[in-house]
Structure formats: C-alpha cells, structure tokens
Ligand binder design. Structure first.
Ligand code: ADP
Ligand code: MG
Length: 238
C-alpha cells in the first residue's frame, strides 16, 4: 500500500465545489508537485491534507492511518506557505523553536533540535537575527526549518518560492530538493510554474478546475499529455 492515499475527496465552500471525488496515492519519499493554473484548487487541496480545511467527504490515510478527522497538530505534517508567516518579534531561533512548543521538551533538547535544522537550512550565524534583518530567501528557510523541526511525516509546500526573485528561487529549489532527499521526506509542493514542476518533481499531479487531470513523471506529462488541456498548459513551458 502507498504511504499516502486519498480517495473520494470532496471540498465545498458554500455552493462552490472546489473539488469532488479526487483520488491519488504517493509513495514514501516521493517529491510530488501539484501543478495547475491559479484558482484550480491546489491550495485548498493542500490545506485539506494539512487539516486546515476539513473535507466534506472522502478519506485520507498516511502510513495506513486514517487521518481524515485528526486536528492539524495530530497529523504529523509540516507546512510552508508563500508568504513568510514568521513572528516578527521572535529571533530565528525563537521562530523555529516555536514549532516544538507543543511538545513539552526540555530546553536542552529544544536547543539541540533547533541547532540541527538551522544547520540543515544553512542559517548558521543567523540564530539571533529577527525576520526584518533577513532576506526573503532566508525567511523562507526559517519557515522551512520551523516545518522540519517537528520531524513531520509529510512536508507540504504551498508556492514557497513564488515571492522570491529568480536567482534565489533557483538556489532554494535545489536546497529544498537536497534536504528532502537526504531526509527521504514525502513532499507535496504546490506551484503554478511549469518549469519548477519539470525540474523538481518525481511526479507531477496536474490539476485543472478541481480535478487531477494527469499524474505522471515530468517526462510522461510533457511527452504524452493526456488531453488538450495538459498539452496546452505544458506547451507554455519551453
Ligand atoms: P489555487 O491554489 O489553485 O490558486 P485555491 O485552492 O486557492 O486555488 O482556490 C480554489 C477555489 O476555492 C477558488 O474558487 C477560491 O475562490 C475558493 N476558495 C479557496 N479558499 C476559500 C475560502 N476560504 N472560502 C471560500 N472560497 C475559497
Ligand atoms: Mg494557491
């Protein structure tokens, strides 16, 4: 059985059905990109997996466990958003340690775990800095460290690079991928950027209007588009 499985997932906001009867499965350690045009439901689907948008129907399992009705904290999921949701009045260290607050660990253990992820995301020397003293890329690395410090079973990334300029974006793509591989961390990465999806993913789930219209390796999707939408959407990439 796959590490993550979703079946019959449905989400509505009032009369607006964002997705209906969505299904997929993901293997442990896979890097999946949820790719699709703006408004197609990527963020809503990701937030549903995280427990931030409870689904109206369907079932989500991780490692055989039904997590559909668990709270976000119970799911063992780390999430990073597009905009740096850091606490402005806390240092880098404080922001990252905040992720461990719920766990009631000793100060020693917190310090050690925080130091480990600071090194992992390459922020050594910035421990005492405040968010306003950091670049956009550095802030996103703090957000990533905060998601990683709790040792999540799954990492969810919602357009974490979209607000950054091109050079930093390329560097961070590689860094995220390196860390993800090193930790063998099952990851779902949301983007509307075809190039990013082609470069980074083990597999792409291409979404349109609330449906996963094709799932496959970047090469499969690019060379064997399942329909006109896929061909057109991937055709913009060159
Ligand atoms: P994407 O991330 O692919 O751009 P979203 O998941 O943000 O798409 O949005 C998909 C649809 O869900 C849109 O029609 C959007 O208006 C709607 N939607 C998203 N979040 C909410 C919300 N909290 N309340 C009402 N409608 C929402
Ligand atoms: Mg979105």
């Amino acid at each position: 059985m796959s590490y993550v499985t979703a079946q019959h997932l449905t989400k509505r906001f009032g009369d607006n059905t964002v997705f209906e009867d969505v299904a997929f499965s993901i293997e442990q350690g896979e890097f999946i990109t949820l790719l699709g045009p703006s408004g197609c439901g990527k963020s809503t689907l990701l937030r549903s997996l995280a427990g931030l948008n409870p689904v109206d129907g369907g079932i989500i399992k991780v490692d055989g466990e039904d997590i559909t009705h668990l709270s976000p904290q119970q799911r063992g999921i780390g999430m990073v958003f597009q905009s740096y949701a850091l606490f402005p009045n806390m240092t880098v260290q404080g922001n990252i340690a905040f992720g461990l607050k719920m766990k009631k660990l000793s100060a020693d253990v917190v310090e050690r775990e925080v130091a480990k992820v600071i090194e992992l995301v390459d922020l050594t020397g910035k421990e005492k800095h405040y968010p306003h003293q950091l670049s956009g890329g550095q802030r996103q690395r703090v957000a990533l460290a905060r998601a990683l410090v709790v040792k999540p079973r799954i990492l969810l990334l919602d357009e974490p690079l979209s607000a950054l300029d091109a050079k930093i974006r390329k560097h961070l793509r590689q860094q995220i991928r390196d860390i993800q591989k090193e930790m063998n961390l099952t990851t779902i990465f949301v983007t509307h950027d075809q190039e990013e999806a082609m470069i980074m993913s083990d597999r792409i789930f291409l979404m349109n209007k609330g449906e996963i219209v094709q799932a496959g390796t970047p090469e499969e999707i690019y060379t064997h588009p399942a329909n006109e939408f896929v061909a057109g959407f991937m055709g913009h990439y060159n």
